[in-house]
Design a protein around this ligand. Structure first.
Ligand code: B3K
Ligand code: ZN
Length: 855
């Protein structure tokens, strides 16, 4: 397979200023006629090359003249035509079968709809075209279809004209005035109902908003609509960015390879990020809808108006847009809790990626299949890079930087370097060393040692950094690491102000004077840099911070570290006391000033996977046993509190207010500890919550708690849940997911059975992710000593690769963590990777991921 390299970038030979597309739509056989105006870019005599995949030209015309067979040829799927002049019109005709498209890339059928997905390289599956993001074209699209089956016809931009045809068919034309790369092209045809609303922009223009779903789902679209309007207002207020077309449409589809897609003026969503009501959606689902609607909307500027020059620049739009949606969600709810959640996601997904065989820089150097690079590193670490720049600049200068970036590159395809330059010039800062964050893969380790001299009353903080080697990068340079730091006086419980320390060398010391007593270090406050920090703080210091730190993230972090220390000690066989942890938890749950949502976060035990990440060799059974025991101890020691909280947080009626959401979160945490305590009536209380809840947040949490145990209530609740929701795919996903994620000794057998269940299908990516994605994230279940878990996942990858390589490849990374396991498990994991690679006809998606995972 071919490796694409960043440094091989060359500007395009031909540009395509205008495109006219004519679709004769039908699920079995769709005809696509494309007319491209092409212009030679620069002085050269190279032919026109139009990418294609799985299509053949049925006709090719240049300037209206049909070409003979020998005037064009195909090369690796691409159509090559030698053209004499500097500007021509090129017309092609192809046929597609949307209903036969199981890859869900290009034009495909989903639940009676026809829809498209083009990013990154799906447009070449629709028509012959130079499929690269630095070619920006104006699109005019005509669609024709059976009117009864496809009454609604949507495309990018504005609707221009429509009409009826003979034979029960009709047509519509849409124009998009903004030049765009072809990965942003979209169309949808189907029988859809609309939640229609409007938004008046800051300059007074009225925008017609539409969320299009199946008629039966209309009642579940209000939260998404509110999120859309809030996003539009937020981008005006925070970034000065206004929406630019007269219509903005969103369509929800059931079969989708990822979360959603920011096509210009016509976002297409995985229905799980649009549909929400209290009966079926948890608070996490509601937040997911809000965050993804915002993310796709924000792409209109960070992605569409300013797009990427090439796919190595992907984080230019994704990292920046994640940063924007994170801040939006924080503004809509709690900044403290949002930051904690985001860091947990970063550590679970990105830190793991960064420490394994698939580690890559935020701006990668090479790829085989670009779909494999829509990663936590590009998205979440990319967002952390923007966050660090924003922190170093401060709000006003950061805004000056983004203003310059948008103004300078509007209508262009830009690079990560362009963004950094705009920050430097607009914000007035030198980011020379900071650029290493884009180049060097791996998570920096920072060691922070505090020493105190009572005689001189001075404190020395010594910081040193190391960058672990990653594939293809052995020697690394020191990074520029912004660390928000405070020194607490243990007597008063206060500090003298938060300072931003810049660690730029391998080792650096900072001196602080007038400290009669040794202070307690609070560092990387707010998680100011995406690094792993080690300190010489005692359990007592951490307990102090867990009670006094005024930075909520640092306070949460102190709790986590306190728990990690006890657990890692026990896993290593030391008899560590749990008294510090129990006291700290008691302090938090009895502090009346704390937000209940924060309390729920702060008392949460670190996940089994996070504990695994703290160890050189992961011992899944020992980790599970130690964590389970500590959970039981905290549960039992504080049992009256859990009962009280659980009773006290029961609401009278459902509401989505932050207070109500916080109460539910805390209530679920209390239920969890109460059941973990081993109290006789634990399962009955969980079952009562399951049965009586008027919302999915409490119902699913109770189900999850029961699913971890072995009570009779477990089976009863699972059956009730199944019978209630079997007809609702998104909710049935939760039934699969809860069982796959259960900390239960038989999970691996259960997942094997569920993969044979009549409701399991490889055709729907959400269903695959809810069973196998969840299972692969269940460290104890997946890493069953027998290797059965590995075999199950590999079987799924092999079968799915034949249908949908992109989604299959996403399941490979858990098998690539073999270096972190003892030889028995490691050999079993490697054997499965080898078995995958030995399949004939394996996609390049899975070939790349499995091949790299073996190295
Ligand atoms: N830009 C799309 C992701 C496309 C993934 C293609 N494999 C959604 C998003 O990040 O907003
Ligand atoms: Zn995105």
């Amino acid at each position: 397979p071919v490796i694409i390299r960043r440094l091989d970038y060359r500007p395009p030979d031909w540009l395509v200023p205008d495109v006219t597309l004519d679709f004769d739509l039908d699920p079995a056989l769709t005809k696509v006629r494309a007319t491209l105006s092409v212009t030679r870019n620069g002085d050269h005599d190279r032919p026109l090359r139009l990418d294609g995949e799985g299509i053949v030209p049925l006709a090719v015309c240049v300037d209206g003249r049909p070409l003979a067979q020998d005037e064009w040829h195909l090369e690796a799927g691409a159509l090559i035509i030698a053209l004499p002049d500097s500007a021509h019109s090129v017309e092609t005709l192809v046929e597609l079968s949307p209903e036969g498209n199981s890859k869900l890339m290009g034009l495909y059928a989903s639940g009676g709809l026809l829809c498209t997905q083009c990013e990154a390289e799906g447009f070449r599956r629709i028509t012959f075209f130079p499929d690269r993001p630095d070619i920006l074209s104006r699109y005019s699209v005509r669609m024709e279809a059976d009117k009864a089956r496809f009454p609604i016809l949507l495309a990018n931009g504005d609707p221009i004209e429509q009409g009826d045809l003979t034979g029960g068919r009709h047509w519509a034309r849409w124009n998009d005035p903004f030049p765009k790369p072809c990965y942003l092209f979209a169309l949808v045809a189907g029988d859809l109902a609309c939640n229609a609303d409007r938004f008046v922009t800051m300059s007074g223009r009225e925008v017609a908003l539409g969320i299009w779903v199946r008629e039966a789902d209309i009642a579940r679209t209000d939260h998404a609509m509110q999120a859309l309007k809030n996003s539009m207002a937020w981008d005006e207020r925070v970034y000065g960015r206004e929406y630019d077309l007269d219509v903005f449409n969103i369509v929800a589809v059931a079969d989708f390879n990822f979360g959603a897609m920011e096509n210009k003026g016509l976002n297409i969503f995985n229905s799980r990020y649009i549909l929400a009501d209290p009966e079926t959606a948890t608070d996490i689902d509601y937040d997911g809808v809000e965050g993804v609607v915002a993310h796709e909307y924000f792409h209109n500027w960070s992605g569409n108006r300013v797009t990427c020059r090439d796919w190595f620049q992907l984080s230019l739009k994704e990292g920046f847009t994640v940063f924007r949606d994170q801040n939006f969600s924080a503004d809509m709810g709690s900044h403290a809790v949002k930051r904690i959640e985001d860091v947990r996601i970063l550590r679970a997904g990105q830190f793991q990626e960064d420490s394994g065989p698939l580690a890559h820089p935020v701006r990668p150097e090479s790829y085989m299949e670009i779909s494999n690079f829509y990663t936590a590193t590009i998205y979440n670490k990319g967002a952390e890079l923007i966050r660090m720049m924003a922190l170093m600049l401060g709000a006003e200068r950061f805004r000056a930087g983004t203003d310059l970036y948008f103004d300078r590159h509007d209508g262009e395809a830009a690079t990560c370097e362009d963004f950094v330059l705009a920050m430097e010039e607009g914000g007035g800062i030198d980011l020379t060393q900071f650029r290493l964050w884009y180049e060097q893969a791996g998570t920096p380790h920072v060691r922070a040692l505090v020493t105190h001299d009572p005689v001189s009353q001075s404190v020395e903080l010594t910081l040193d950094q190391t960058m672990p080697p990653t594939p293809g990068q052995v020697d690394k340079q020191p990074m520029a690491i912004p660390l928000r730091t405070a020194l607490f006086d243990p007597a008063s419980g206060e500090h003298r102000g938060d300072e931003l320390l810049m660690l730029t060398e391998g080792r650096q010391s900072f001196t602080f004077t007038s400290f009669p007593a040794a202070p307690i270090l609070s560092i990387n406050r707010g998680f100011s840099a995406p690094v792993i920090v080690e300190t010489n703080r005692s359990q007592a210091d951490l307990a102090f911070l867990s009670a006094h730190d005024d930075d909520p993230f640092a306070r949460y972090e102190a709790m986590q570290q306190l728990m990690v220390n006890v657990l890692v000690g026990r896993i290593a066989g030391h008899a560590t006391d749990d008294a510090d942890v129990v006291d700290a938890v008691r302090n938090i749950i009895t502090d009346p000033l704390l937000d209940p949502a924060f309390v729920a976060e702060a008392i949460r035990l670190p996940s089994e996977a996070y504990l695994g990440d703290q160890m050189r060799l992961v011992d899944p059974d020992a980790i599970h046993a130690a964590r389970d025991a500590l959970q039981q101890q905290i549960g039992a020691a504080l049992e009256p509190f859990w009962r009280d909280i659980h009773a006290r947080t029961k609401a009278n009626a459902f509401s989505l207010s932050p207070a109500a959401k916080g109460a539910r979160k805390l209530r679920n945490a209390a239920l969890h500890y109460l059941v973990a305590s081993g109290a006789q009536d634990g399962p009955a209380i969980a079952f009562a919550q399951f049965s009586e809840a008027d919302n999915m947040t409490e119902r699913q949490a109770a189900l999850g708690t029961l699913a971890n145990g072995a009570s009779p209530e477990r089976e009863a609740a699972l059956d009730i849940f199944y019978n209630r929701y079997a007809a609702d795919a998104l909710t049935l996903d939760k039934w699969f997911q809860t069982q796959a994620f259960a900390l239960h000794p038989d999970t691996v057998e259960l997942v094997a059975q569920l993969s044979e269940h009549k409701d399991f299908t490889l055709a729907n990516p959400n269903r695959v992710r809810s069973l196998f994605g969840a299972f692969a994230g269940n460290q104890w279940g997946f890493h069953h000593k027998s290797g059965k878990g590995y075999r199950l996942l590999a079987d799924c990858i092999i079968a799915l690769d034949r249908l949908n390589p992109q989604t299959a490849a996403k399941l490979v990374p858990p098998l690539g963590r073999w270096k972190r396991f003892e030889e028995g498990r490691a050999a079993l994991m490697r054997a499965e990777l080898q078995r995958i690679l030995a399949q004939s006809g394996l996609s390049k998606d899975v070939t790349e991921q499995a091949g790299k995972s073996l190295e």
